[in-house]
Design a protein. Sequence first.
Length: 119
Amino acid sequence: QVQLVESGGGLVQAGGSLRLSCAASVMNYAMGWFRQAPGKEREFVATISWHSYITRYADSLKDRFSISRDNAKNTVYLQMNSLKPDDTAVYYCAAGTELSGNQWSYSYWGQGTQVTVSS
């Protein structure tokens, strides 16, 4: 069983930055970030391979968001810059055996961390 714990969410003004962290009990998985805004479906944000050689992003976010991982610290990060009110959502960390933008490819999920961007 893989345990994932997100942190780093909070309230930020539009234009600001946040860095989310995901502490994992094991790290030999592809790791992804997804988000879910109120009344909307969960959507893909970014994913990173186990060795960090491959990253993928949602097209609309790749210029502002950056995913990274530190396997020595069992942690995955999501750096979010130039935040907009539309980025307001619960952000989830996920682990899976396949590098994918499809949430069904991920077997393990954290509880999520709330990000609120004020205008």
